[in-house]
Design a protein around this ligand. Structure first.
Ligand code: FMN
Length: 175
């Protein structure tokens, strides 16, 4: 039994405060590689990952995300210096699930590498907007993609919180 792998899955927590320092290229590549090895329906590999480390672009996305939240003053990316955007090709019947699997691999790989991470929502609305579509075009991304989520990454600022207690009856057994 790979206890280390199980520990990574249990100890990952959402990080909501980041040091401004950028992560290393080795850390970034390790997380991205894990994302690309997520399971996908029929092995189609429908998702794509956009790794954003340009501060101006992150600030723009952060503002767009806050607007979608209905709170323009919010800081939904928590100052993370890296944002991985997962989008998925809608022509694949399982595109949404595929994208979620990629997101989960990214989050767990971040924990394995020793980084803080958090799933940030509202990528769908972000990339349905004219501004979001223009960004995809600028990045050379063509096709019918839906935004699945953002995995923000960086070094933890402060202590990692304890996990909430797991609810009763999470698991049912039939045996
Ligand atoms: C689909 C989805 C969307 C989420 N969106 C956000 C978000 O926009 N902002 C945020 O701070 N956390 C977001 N989270 C993180 C959850 O709030 C977090 O996973 C949950 O509170 C449990 O905490 P843990 O990740 O530390 O175990 C999201 C998680 C999922 C799975």
């Amino acid at each position: 039994m790979n206890q280390e792998a199980l520990k990574v899955l249990e100890s990952r927590r959402s990080c909501r405060a980041y040091k401004p320092e950028q992560i290393t290229e080795e850390e970034l590549q390790a997380v991205l590689k894990a994302g690309t090895y997520a399971p996908t329906g029929r092995g189609r590999q429908a998702p794509i990952i956009v790794a954003v480390q340009d501060k101006e672009t992150i600030d723009t996305l952060n503002k767009m995300n806050a607007q979608i939240m209905g709170n323009p003053e919010a800081n939904p990316f928590y100052g993370a210096p890296t944002v991985l955007i997962v989008l998925s090709d809608k022509s694949a019947p399982t595109y949404f699930y595929d994208g979620c699997c990629v997101m989960d691999n990214l989050l767990n790989a971040a924990e394995a590498v020793g980084l803080g991470s958090c799933w940030i929502h509202r990528a769908k609305e972000e990339f349905e907007s004219a501004e979001g579509k223009a960004m995809l075009a600028k990045w050379g991304i063509e096709g019918d993609y839906e935004g699945i989520g953002h995995c923000v990454l960086g070094y933890w600022e402060g202590d990692k919180p304890e996990a909430a207690a797991r609810k009763d009856n999470y698991v049912y057994y039939v045996r």
